[in-house]
Structures are given as C-alpha cells and as structure tokens.
Design a protein around this ligand. Structure first.
Ligand SMILES: NC(=O)C1=CN([C@@H]2O[C@H](COP(=O)(O)OP(=O)(O)OC[C@H]3O[C@@H](n4cnc5c(N)ncnc54)[C@H](O)[C@@H]3O)[C@@H](O)[C@H]2O)C=CC1
Ligand SMILES: O=C(O)C(=O)COP(=O)(O)O
Length: 527
C-alpha cells in the first residue's frame, strides 16, 4: 500500500510530524497556507491536520479529491464545513479533551485579570506611574459565576471556581441534574444566570442556536458591574454591545480570547475600558499542544492505515481492535447492499440490516452505513459510507439495524432487506473462511454463490427446460458460464438462478433471457 499523504496546514506541535512519520504516513508541514494555496495542493492528500486558522470550506472539499480525513487538533470545528465533508465522504475528527484543562485555566486567568485589571496595572506600573489608587479590584470569593455551557471546559471552570469559593450557576439545556449535583453547580435558566451572575463565562460551541447568545438584549439583563469572559468562540457575544456597556460602566470588565473576525487585527472592542484581550490563546500551552498534536496524529494515522475511527463528528467510532475484524464484513455488507440496490428500480421505503452470530457482537454501525451505501449507490453516484445515513434520512428511508444474539448455521450472517411500495426483498450473506463473501439466501430461498464482476440474477417458475434454454441463449451470445447456482422454495414453485459469467451481457441478450417462458425477472448484476 502506498503511504498515505498528510498535510498539516496550521501550527501544530512537531510531535504531530514525528508521529505521522513513525506511523508510516508521508507528511508535509505547511502552516499558514492561504486559502488559494490550500485549494491548489489539497488534491494530493488523504489527510489534513488543522487547528483553528485553516478554513475547511465546501470549496476546499470540492477539490480535495483524495481526502479521507480532516483532523482538528483541538475542540471547536466551526472552521470545518462538516456537512460538505460528510457529503464528500470525508471523516472529520477532533480531540475533545486534550486542551480542555488549558482552556479552562485561561478562562479563570481572564476572570482574575478583569477582576484585578492585571494587564492595565502592569502597563501602568512599568510606565513608572505607581497608580495604587486607580486599580481597585473585586474578590472572586463568594461571588456568583454564571456559566453558559457546562460541557468539558465549563465543568472544569466550575470545579476551579468552586475551589475559589465561588457559587456557580449554569445554563446548559443538556446538563443532567445528576451531573450538576456531582459538579456542585446549580442548574438555571439563561434568564436566571443573566440576573444573578457577578461573572459570566461562555463555554458553548458556536452553532446557529448559540450564535449571539449574549446579545445586547441579554447583556442588558445582567447585573450592573458584571464581568464577562469569552474564551469559547467569537460570535457568541455581541462585541459592539459589550463595548457600549463597558463604556457606560454597566459591564465592569471583559476578557476576550476569541473574536468574530480572526485574526483580530482590528476590533470594535479594542480600546474599551477594563478590557483584557488575548489572541485566541485558550489552548496555547505546551501541555495542551503536545496532547492535541499527538492525539490527532494517532487518530488520523489509525484511520488512514487501519480504518479505526475515533472522536469523529460524522462517523460512528470504530476501535483499533474492531477495525481489522470489521474489514471483511464491510466488504460483505457493501456487496449485499449493492445486490439489493441493483435489483431495486423503484422508491425505497425501508432498509433493514440484521446481524446474527459473531458479527452481532461487533460495532455494527459502520456495517449498516456501508450496506446503505451499497443499496443507494446504483441510484446515486455521490453516496459514500459517511453520507449514506444522511441521504437515507433525506429520502425518508426508514433504516432498522437489528442484532440477533441467537446462533446461526454460519459463524456470522448479515441479512439485508429492502422494502419498496410493492415488496420486501431480502438477501443474506456470510463470510467463508472468515473473509470470502458469499450469498446464502435470497428471498428466503437457500442458495450458495459468490459475488462476481458479471452476474445474472433470474427468478422463474421451477419448470423443466429453463436451464437448457438459458444455456443456449448465453452460448449463442458468446457468454461463457463460470458458475451456476440454483435455489427454489419448493419443487415446481419459485426458483432463483444466480449465474456467474465471464463476459458482460448485452441489453439485447438480456431482452431474450427475459423472454424465456416462466422467467419473472432477469437482471445483470456486477460487483
Ligand atoms: N479559546 C480557545 O482556544 C478554545 C475554545 N474552545 C471552545 O470551547 C467550546 C466548548 O468546548 P467544550 O467544553 O470542550 O465542549 P463541550 O461540547 O464539551 O461542551 C459544550 C457545552 O455547551 C452546551 N450547549 C450546547 N448548546 C447550548 C446552548 N444553546 N445553550 C447552552 N449550552 C449549550 C452543551 O450541552 C455542552 O455541555 C468549544 O466548542 C470551542 O469553541 C475550546 C478549546 C480552546
Ligand atoms: O480547540 C479549540 O476549539 C480552540 O479554539 C483552540 O484553537 P487553536 O487550536 O489554538 O487555534
């Protein structure tokens, strides 16, 4: 296998380069690429490792023809168009914990900075002014900290703040009562947080729901003298409103690490009183950068080299232990899906994928995705393993994934059923020798066939003479039969023929085959 090529387009710790190389990837370290430069070269790479500076837009993804994975050495992925990545089959992963402590510590640092005006006092002192009376601060002890967002970072901030003897109230609709109790924080509505907090820190991702969560109207609901810290994302807080309220004195201080426009060379906030700014330094410690670089490189190398998926935002996780076990089943699931998909000419209403035997003990989500891809591919060339569930949902296809604990005749079996307006058709497969996909049942009729590049699928009445006529037609059409598999529900009932042939079958010949007496359906298939 050729070495996968990875591009690092942001300032990652050198550990990332070392790990990619050690793991057997070719790696190019080119931080600071301009968007046009990135678009020019991204077509050469299977992996792209980034922080927050690189924007992985739909335009970049459209030209990233070989790209398989984007790895974010950090948490926020608002600089990646995940929808576009999904539709191109690109897995997006992040490192959700590696820089959380560091970022929480920075939020606390900003809180102290604004409470005691440390940066301004420092500048004044070093300017020889000794303005002891100018910098009257406030204690954190016994003050109320209002958290907006209490996930990884918010929780760590809460723990540290409680250690500083603060009371913590948190607004996070997804925070469970149990977790709040464990953390020692009081769950509250946004209105309550706004009304009660002496300090407010935001720790949500930037989404359509959280954008402008601290809007001018909401900031107006805060206590006079409140202090605001944004160490999460620009866009969560209305910058102009904060400036106006700092000037008016309603807000006593504000600490901003992140800005609507980055790099923030200019900003409406700059120059406002009691404002402390840092240039998106939340994750910038030696420890955090080592953590995230190491982790992202390992995760990306795992995916590119073994298929293991960790911390993905658009794919189910697959452990390194499961990845090699899943590989042959992925092949089988895709082929079964493709078999059913090629036989389906009308709208699909539902797809069910059942797993029996040993395979049912694996993480079957990726198998379901790949089976769906197989089903949809004959209708949609743009479908891939990553976007298949999204496309199925958009098309109103009901997808069921069923695991049966019971033992089967085979070690493992996968049964795929497609339901259309007219029928439900099922096909079942297994692996021979642990790696060779075989069809063992179609529509409840036992059969035993392998998947081949050229195949002919026929359903017919089980009557004498059919095989002879079919053989003659194929012979006249210069199509050589490689293998011939037959099955039927009962003597004289419905029969199935799966014929592996060495040459493709022309439409004209298919027309003649369909015309054989007793043939109900005939279709050329390819795998
Ligand atoms: N300044 C910096 O350098 C860094 C900034 N960050 C930012 O911090 C953010 C938070 O990171 P984590 O805590 O690790 O993420 P997380 O996903 O663990 O936590 C986010 C929390 O926000 C909550 N949330 C979501 N929507 C909400 C809403 N509408 N209202 C209130 N709460 C809501 C979620 O329930 C979750 O508990 C990241 O998304 C990233 O943007 C992360 C690392 C470094
Ligand atoms: O991890 C995050 O979400 C961050 O915001 C850190 O950003 P950075 O990697 O320092 O550009």
């Amino acid at each position: 296998m050729a070495k996968p090529k990875v591009l690092i387009s942001d300032e990652l710790s050198p550990r990332a380069v070392e790990i990619f190389s050690e793991r057997g990837c070719d790696v190019d370290f080119k931080p600071g690429l301009k968007p046009a430069e990135l678009r020019e070269i991204i077509g050469n790479y299977q992996g792209l490792a980034i922080r927050s500076a690189t924007k992985v837009t739909a335009e970049v993804l459209a030209v990233a023809k070989k790209l398989k994975v984007v790895g974010r050495a950090g948490i926020g992925v608002d600089n990646v168009d995940i929808k576009a990545a999904t539709s191109h089959g690109v897995v997006v992963m992040n490192t959700p914990f590696g820089n959380a402590i560091t970022t929480a510590e920075h939020a606390i640092a900003l809180m102290f900075s604004v409470a005691r005006q440390v940066p301004e006092a420092n500048a004044s002192t070093q300017a020889g002014k000794w303005e002891k009376n100018k910098f009257m601060g406030t204690e954190l002890s016994f003050k109320t900290l209002g958290l907006i967002g209490c996930g990884n970072i918010g929780s760590i901030v809460a723990e540290r703040a409680i250690g500083l003897k603060m009371r913590v109230v948190a607004y996070d609709p997804f925070l469970s009562d149990q977790r709040a109790t464990e953390l020692g924080v009081e769950k509250a509505t946004l209105e309550q947080v706004l009304a009660r907090a002496d300090f407010i820190t935001v720790h949500t991702p930037l989404t359509e729901q959280t954008r402008n969560i601290l809007s001018r109207a909401n900031l107006m609901k805060t206590k006079k003298g409140v202090r605001i810290v944004n160490c999460a994302r620009g866009g969560l807080v209305d910058e102009l409103a904060v400036r106006d309220l700092l000037v008016s004195g309603h807000i006593a201080g504000a600490g901003f690490d992140v800005f609507v426009e980055e790099p923030a060379k200019e900003n409406v906030l700059f120059g406002a009183p009691n404002l402390v700014c840092t240039p998106h330094l939340g994750a910038s410690t030696v420890e955090a950068q080592e953590n995230v670089a190491l982790q992202v490189a390992e995760q990306m190398a795992d995916y590119l080299l073994t298929g293991a998926v960790t911390n993905s935002l658009n794919m189910p996780n697959v452990s390194a232990e499961d990845a090699p076990k899943l590989a042959p089943f992925l092949d089988l699931a895709e082929k079964l899906g493709s078999f059913a998909g090629q036989l389906t000419d009308t709208d699909i209403k539902a797809v069910s994928i059942e797993f029996e035997g040993q395979v049912a003990r694996l993480n079957v989500k990726p198998l379901t995705q790949v089976a769906l891809m197989g089903v949809l591919r004959p209708q949609l060339t743009s479908v891939n393993m990553v976007n298949a569930p999204v496309i199925a949902r958009e098309r109103g296809i009901e997808v069921a994934e069923v695991k049966h604990e019971r033992e089967t005749d085979y070690n493992s079996m996968i049964r795929l059923s497609v339901t259309t307006e007219k029928y439900t058709r099922s096909v079942t497969g297994t692996l021979f020798g642990g790696k060779h996909p075989r069809i063992v049942e179609i529509k409840g009729i036992e059969i035993d066939a392998e998947f081949a590049p050229h195949m002919l699928y026929i359903t017919n009445d089980d009557k004498p003479g059919f095989i002879g006529r079919l053989g003659t037609l194929l012979g006249e059409g210069k199509v050589n039969i490689a293998t011939f598999h037959l099955g039927r529900d009962k003597p004289g009932g419905s029969a199935i023929a799966l014929v592996q042939v060495d040459q493709p079958i022309s439409n004209e010949l298919m027309g003649k085959i369909v015309g054989i007496e007793g043939v109900m359906q005939a279709k050329a298939l390819g795998f």
